[in-house]
Design a protein around this ligand. Structure first.
Ligand code: PLP
Length: 425
């Protein structure tokens, strides 16, 4: 019996031997969490990147309440319902041109698994032997076996290595060396007749909030087109305004063949995901031959309550207020991060849209950098929810965050280097 707290819950990405105490949250509103002990905590990472308009947005809450009373779950094979139909129609209006069908699932990882299966199914059904998946260095696409296979290999998945499949990895397009990435993609397509390139457009999230410019994404799309490979855009994190536009691909004027959206799809209220694809992919599965069916489902596919929440979220996106808030958070973030660009204690100070990130200069960099948990504890004591990726500190607030909230967050970041040094980092 090792657990002292009395709880037998095994938490995600948590080393229980080092973190005994979980913050118990009683309620949340807007950008704030209210802990059971009465503390008010600023949610500076949108509760792992999902909360966009703020916690418990009244429109989303109302939509959930009202849907729960009429239809809360229904098998989605052979059946449909109004919330799903509305969400699909709206998504196809808002997403980049060329995406024509919507497949529902319930998490970001699953939406990417669905994308991989759509791509492989497509090549099989059109009679081409293509199965090689090309990915970018430092990517993250989820924690299932398939998505670990296409994500960065390391401490997170070393134990499962024997189960992971081979992929071709392009170097990350570091500023000034983007051509190396594009050349590697060209070579991968030439060598393997690649089935698909899977990328996080503009910002690689869990890999360390690494950012690259829109023109690189456009070039990657062009190379895929030349070779006939499919472009899969994993917008699970970048979607819903994070990069300054509704979707990162729109900003780069790129139409992917497949796009995955999840985290902010319900405004961060309920689990839901979608995989959008071009008509070509759907049509390759459309046949009187039942063997060509797209064999994928999860029990709660297109859950009506989650779809109603997504509909309420998308409605919020049709208001000017929403885009104004995104623009305003982006601008405030720029103002706050600016002085840190010339601060020697930090490096790679960067921003894309509403996301900022920087590295604390330390000797042992990387995800397991000893400074990581110390930083997190320091921020926790300041009543801030920030969860550095090793020595990478990033800020990804909900769009209702105020100048004062950001003021508090950056005041703490300014003090963090000395504070953790005092702790012996
Ligand atoms: C979070 C994330 C996923 C996985 O989503 P889950 O809902 O956690 O399964 C996939 N891709 C990217 C880019 C992500 O940031």
């Amino acid at each position: 019996m090792i657990l002292k707290s009395g709880s037998h819950i095994w938490h995600p990405f948590t080393q229980h031997a080092l973190q005994r105490q979980m913050t118990k949250v009683a309620r949340a509103k807007g950008a704030y969490l209210y802990a059971e002990d009465g503390r008010r905590i600023i949610d500076a990472i949108s509760s792992w990147w999902v909360v966009t308009h703020g916690h418990c947005h009244p429109n989303i809450v109302r939509a959930i309440q009202s849907q729960a009373e009429s239809l809360n779950q229904i098998i989605f094979a052979g059946h449909t319902h109004e919330p799903a139909e509305e969400v699909a129609a709206l998504l196809l209006k808002l997403a980049p041109a060329g995406l024509d069908y919507v497949f529902f699932s319930d998490s970001g990882s699953t939406s990417v698994e669905v994308a991989l299966k759509m791509a492989l199914g497509y090549w099989r059904n059109v009679g081409e032997r293509r199965s090689r998946i090309v990915v970018m260095e430092h990517s993250y696409h989820g924690d299932t076996i398939g998505t670990m296979s296409i994500g960065a290999r390391g401490v997170f998945n070393a134990a499962y290595e024997p189960l992971l499949f081979d992929v071709t990895t392009l170097p990350f397009p570091v500023a000034g060396r983007e051509q190396a990435t594009l050349d590697a993609l060209d070579a991968a397509c030439r060598e393997h007749d690649a089935a698909a390139l899977v990328v996080e457009p503009l910002v690689l999230g869990a890999g360390g909030m690494l950012m690259y410019p829109a023109w690189v994404l456009r070039e990657m799309k062009r190379i895929c087109e030349t070779w006939g490979g499919l472009l899969i855009a994993d917008e699970v994190m970048t979607g819903w305004g994070r990069t300054g536009t509704l979707f990162a691909c729109s900003q780069a004027e790129v139409s992917p063949d497949i796009a995955c959206y999840s985290k902010g799809l319900t405004g961060g209220s309920l689990p839901l995901a979608v995989t959008l694809c071009s008509a070509e992919l759907f049509e390759a599965h459309y046949s009187k031959d039942r063997a060509r069916t797209f064999f994928h489902s999860s029990s709660y596919t297109a859950n009506p309550i989650a779809c109603a929440a997504a509909k309420a979220n998308i409605d919020l996106w049709q208001t000017d207020e929403c885009s104004e808030r995104v623009a305003s958070v982006s601008w405030m973030q720029e103002c706050k991060i600016k002085p840190l660009r010339s601060d020697e204690r930090f490096e790679n100070v960067r921003r894309t849209g509403t996301i900022t990130a920087l590295e604390l200069r330390v000797r042992d960099a990387g995800y397991l950098a000893s400074v990581g948990p110390k930083l997190e504890a320091f921020f926790r004591n300041r009543n801030l929810l920030l969860r550095p990726l090793g020595n990478t500190i990033y800020v990804m607030p909900p769009y209702c965050a105020t100048a004062e909230d950001l003021g508090e967050i950056y005041a703490a970041i300014q003090e963090a280097p000395e504070a953790v040094q005092a702790l012996g980092a």
